[in-house]
Ligand binder design. Structure first.
Ligand SMILES: [Zn+2]
Length: 470
């Protein structure tokens, strides 16, 4: 079946098309998915301390049994990572699928079901890591098993990585990999966490794919002067100078600069939003500076994350100065959290901040060298993005919205090495996060049906990107 019929019967066509050559038995796949998902959720890999080797051992033994070549790497025996590779014919460069094995810590008193019980209740699976990130981990794992068992011929290697330490200890995870074992994980494309499918009122509204992220860097403001008695106010008082500098930086909104991802993001978001909100998303793309400014003002007040996506942002978050009420100190400092657009010229930006501070008594500097480059943007015209978008249409029958995250993820290190990375995730109810069931919440859960759909989604993307045409 094809063409118009396929539009009407997209789910059926999808089932037929993915069933054609390699045909996983989906009922058996679902039973096995649940088994591995629950097994992984039951391993306590709270970070700190992590103990990710528990999960690594489970995965490594499974791959060994299936004949999937896998290696274990790590700098701490309790916190190792696993890499597995299914070889392709080399026509295309590898595809990396990645999930992290650690989870954030829990307060068991807040959980209805024990956080490492993986209890099934009312169509959900409850457990720490249910949506961060044992969902991606399980989907990637199942994809490897299905590729191997169905003997799927591949145009490119498919590499699986289960990484430790994503939740704040990257030195034993992604940083270690990039430094010590880059050849083992180097790929053209990478799929990891960071996107997701949003359901509203029980039905799918849209899907996000993270294609880009901002680059975090700190700026330090330092004012110095001669210490003195508080009874004699001084023109050089560093507290006064730093306070003025902080106020000016805080009030400043750096110029708007859109990129391929954010332009597509606001355009597509406008298409699926109520008219009164959509207007602001459209206006922010306007070439008329006044129209754009009004939309930015609205976003800054009502949707600050969206305002941050428009620009390199600067938020002064630490202020230090003085220690006694009657002493004028000799120094006062402030730290500004800067989130740079990936293509920002970092030195030029520092000069802009100096102009805004506009006070020769305040030194403006980066306290540390740049820790990493911005890396490559995942292109929207790439084979991978097109394949993901087509899979979203087939599996979720919804629109794809590319996103740039304002925070940093583990994909940054891979992007810095030239890998185009895409963040994906399962469908969750928009209403579930505010109820306290999201990532890092007091409780965490995922709908069973959405876990299974996510496995099919992963399989669909990976086979469209890697399977050889026969
Ligand atoms: Zn995560």
């Amino acid at each position: 079946m094809k063409g118009a019929q396929c539009l009407v019967l997209s789910a059926l066509c999808w089932a037929l098309s993915v069933g054609q050559t390699s045909g996983p038995d989906w009922r058996a796949v679902e039973e096995e998915t649940m088994r591995h998902y629950q097994a992984l959720l039951r391993l306590d890999t709270s970070n700190p301390p992590g103990n990710e080797t528990r999960a690594t051992t489970y995965i490594k033994e499974l791959f060994d049994k299936e004949g999937i070549p896998a290696q274990v790497f790590g700098s701490d025996p309790a916190r190792v990572n696993v890499v597995a590779r299914l070889k392709g014919n080399g026509r295309k460069r590898p595809l990396l699928i990645m999930g992290h094995t650690d989870v954030v810590t829990v307060d068991p008193a807040k959980w209805k079901f024990p956080p490492f019980s993986a209890t099934r209740d009312g169509g959900y699976v409850y457990g720490r890591g249910a949506v961060d990130d044992k969902d991606n981990l399980t989907a990637a794992l199942m994809t490897m098993l299905m590729l191997k068992r169905n003997n799927v011929p591949l145009d490119r290697d498919v590499i699986f990585v289960a990484e430790a330490g994503e939740e704040g200890s990257t030195s034993i995870g992604i940083d270690y990999f990039v430094k010590e074992h880059l050849p083992e994980i180097e790929a053209e494309y990478c799929l990891a966490e960071g996107g997701g499918v949003t359901r509203k009122g029980g039905s799918v509204a849209y899907a996000t794919v993270q294609t880009l992220e901002k680059v975090p860097r700190r700026i330090e403001l330092v004012a110095g002067g001669v210490a003195g008695h508080g009874s004699v106010p001084l023109k050089t008082n560093p507290v006064v100078h730093i306070a003025g500098a902080v106020a000016r930086v805080g009030e400043w909104r750096p110029p708007i600069r859109l990129n391929e991802t954010t332009a597509a993001y606001f355009k597509r978001l406008a298409e699926i939003s109520p008219p009164e909100i959509a207007k602001h998303y459209r206006d922010v793309l306007s070439t008329d500076p006044a129209v754009q400014k009004a939309a930015d003002d609205w976003l800054f007040e009502n949707e600050p994350r969206h305002s941050s996506m428009l620009r390199t942002s600067a938020s002064p978050n630490i202020l230090n100065g003085g220690y006694r009420f009657n002493v004028i100190p000799s120094q006062a400092t402030a730290t500004v959290d800067v989130r740079l657009l990936p293509d920002e010229n970092q030195e030029a930006f520092l000069e802009q901040v100096k102009k805004i501070v506009n006070d020769p008594a305040v030194e403006v500097r980066y306290p540390a060298a740049a820790s990493r480059g911005a890396g490559v943007e995942a292109r929207l015209d790439s084979e991978a993005f097109k394949a993901i978008e087509a899979s979203i249409k087939r599996v979720y029958d919804t629109v794809t919205v590319p996103t740039m995250s304002t925070g940093a993820t583990d994909m940054a290190q891979l992007r810095a090495k030239g890998v185009q990375c895409f963040g994906i995730g399962p469908a969750t109810d928009m209403e579930d996060g505010p109820k306290g069931f999201g990532a890092h919440s007091d409780q965490e859960r995922l709908l069973e049906t959405e876990l299974h759909r996510f496995v099919r989604f992963n399989w669909d993307i990976v086979t469209s990107l890697a399977r050889s045409a026969r």
